[in-house]
Design a protein around this ligand. Sequence first.
Ligand SMILES: [Zn+2]
Length: 1006
Amino acid sequence: MHHGLSDLTRRIERTLRDRLIPATYGAAVPVEVSALHLPGEPIPPAEAIAGEYGPFAVGERWGRAFGTTWFHLTGEVPAAMRGRRVELVVDLGFERSGPGFRSEGLAYTPDGVPIKGIEPRTAWLPVARPARGGERVDLYLEAASNPLFDGSVTTLGDPETIGPELLYRLDRAEIAVLEEDVHALVLDVQTLHGLALELPESDPRRHEVRRALEVMLDELDVADVVGGAAAARARLAGVLASPAAPSAHKISAVGHAHIDSAWLWPVRETIRKCARTFSNVVALAEDYPDFVFACSSAQQYAWMRDHHPLVWERIRAAAARGQFVPVGGMWVESDTNMPGGEALVRQFTQGKRFFADELGVDSREVWLPDSFGYSAALPQLARLAGFRWFLSQKMSWNLTNRFPHHTFWWEGIDGSRVFTHFPPADTYSSELTADQLHHGVRNFAEKGRATRSLLPFGYGDGGGGPTREIIETGHRVADLEGSPRVTIESPSAFFAAAEAEYPDAPVWAGEMYLEFHRGTYTSQHAMKRGNRRTEHLLREAELWAATAAVRAGAAYPYAELDRIWQEMLLLQFHDILPGSSIAWVHREARVTYARLEVELETIIDGALGALAGEGAVPLVFNAAPHERDGVPALAAAPAEVPGTVLVEGDDDGVTLDNALVRVRVGRDGTLASVLDLVADREVLAGAGNVLQLHPDTPNYFDAWDIDDFAFARRRDLTGVTAIEVDTSDPARPLVRVRRTDGDSTYVQTAALAAGARRVDLVTEVDWHQRETLLKVAFPLAVHADRSASEIQFGHVFRPTHTNTSWDAARFEICAHRWLHVGEPGYGAAVVNAETYGHDVTRPAPGDARGPGSTTVRLSLLRAPRYPDPETDQGRHRLAYGLVVGAEIADAVREGYRANLPVRQRTGAGPVAPLVSVSSPAVVVEAVKLADDRSGDVVVRLYESLGGRAKARLTAGFGVERAWVCDLVEHEDEEIAALAPLTTAGDEVTLDLGPFQVVTLRLRAAR
Ligand SMILES: [Zn+2]
């Protein structure tokens, strides 16, 4: 007889699909269904359970987008099910295509105790195991009709534009017997079949496994799968028992559910998504003692504590057993490109404090699988916050270059290193299938040097997290010939072993730039503006409140500041600040930013009042870390009287001249000339402050991406409707240029202040373009191989050329308050108060500007149509400036100034700073009172130029003790050793390394 005439692969897959999987549930009886429809916002479970339910039948439609329907499900287990494992199976109208992102539910008992989520891949609720028969089923299912977003333009993301259509159909609600042997047989077959397909044709193991499956199928009566399942399993037991090879790769599998804190749903839905998934997880943890689930984001735990206390209690119990493992130690999985230095610190300190206080846990690994690239400031901040390890996988999304390592040391701008791992399976939502396991092994760049990798498993974003099927699959591949070994264990168990076996891992220095999602530095401008503004208001609020507490005995608003920080940190989540969420999310964020601004202004106002005292002395409060107009840093004093600025107009334009800089605005409203009178050189290599439009239709993700081909076409806005000169402030005259283009209007102002070497520019836009990128260009007469961009606590250099694919791929870059280009002896900087996206280019072939110039552009606005079809439509104000003759130190100073305008008050007299620093290279980033409410003053400072500095810090109050602590404000010998200090009276002398961040604690003498 010949073998193999028919296709065994197809036979196995067909039998699984049509015979085995459908037999997983046997006998079934329907339950009674009634429903309470809430098309708008959810209500508390107790209220919903007590509501009026109307008749409802399986097969009926339910669920307006983002509405909630409560199903009341009642029934009785038939006597015939006695002795069997019985479950309630509910299909809310799941499509077969995916595990999350759609309708989902959470089941409650009649007294409001949450039991378990209902999601596409875990659509069952426990009823009896084993059943006696006659058990009553009486459950309430809070079902959410979250719409599926598929990348096309839709109005479903905004409660104001959602239509009345019902999105889902209740397809099933039955009490059913789970045929445990069939269920197990399905997993056996899937595991073995998947394994065999991954093994090469030449491997006898492949054929052994397939032959075992073939024999099993030959013997199985497909008309009686239930009756034959146990024997079929016995037939496969031998091939399943054969152990893994000694050299098999080791995979640490970690249960996980990546739940975006807001994205294609509003924050309130994330809270429910967390409750559903975490309910599943704690139930699984009880069923599977070896199961370990890693969960990041203190915010998500805080939501459970505050909104779902019963889920929270079960989480705490599972955490105490080591099964629910808090990881990451951050408030949320934030973006890391745009948050400012102090905000990134607070992501860590707020997260760590929550985990320590509420769960008694100190996380050792940073957990950012999905953020859109990683700032080179992170290694130092992670180490200073007490982390040892770093996990991501997002770099596998690079479109151009392949990241060379999976396990490596990542080195930041200051030289700090953190041991880093990227799961080589390239996913954070694995099902532990053979193709994922084997892809990870094949892909693992460290083979031969390291033997292990990590693999998060479970469905995120409303998929319900890990399932019993994935865990059971994990057990089958724990020690299986041909497969990598899979052990379910915690991330820290993995990292400790990975670091121990590979201490000499390669080093990646500098940022991890994601070659994708470059539009996230610009999309949803209100997020960028709100973030930058709130960060600086928080700096001011803490500085002035701490100063008022020490100087005037004012109360320090600890609780209020904590809450405001936490609200802002949530908005730095990696789909909110990047602008990649639906309209609903961004509207709520705008409202929050506006409220936080008012709250912070109130705190600042109270503190300034306490500090200024009674009197008529005109005072200027300077929250910036550098002196300005005679007012010391972090202090208040009368300002020097400014000089005046010369204004001249003629047919060709307007000239502003402050004897340092002469600015000429041409007839087309652009900057025709910026003459540095000190250096006696022209700064511009062509017209400056030119608005440029590019068609912006990315290939993949609209709000996320700017593709290189966007720059193939460009249109400059040079049409002018009016040019006006405004000399109402003779110390700061300005030229106002009005433009109209299609439905959009622009008002651009250029101002020059007396004594300034900075041209202040504002572009106000009423923006009605679609799918268009708006940039503003500054061709500079500076020959620069590289640009310097501010990041958290320092800066990174990036080449201006495109010699290699790595250089070319960084065609759109993120900078914080400033971007600098320079040649020996001369440089210029562009500063901004609310934008992040930039590009820096050399002249194109044939460019009239010729060799030796460098063009710096800021990305002002975009208008993608997905997921928010109205992104950025309407009015915006964008402030930025051009600093002439700037070294990097000038860029640092002007960057702070552009974001921290002075405040005027009248009062009794000057207010001395709490601290002053002698070194111009050393910058104070934060002054606050300690989180432990001891009254100690905490000062965070850093070396800003990338060199070494000796700094003398003078406290403006009697100091009993001064010491260096970690970011969480705890004393730590290792961290103190990094910054040796000497104290003499109220003076502290510190030696700082390049870009070193130091947290200093000062205890006032009492
Ligand atoms: Zn995400």
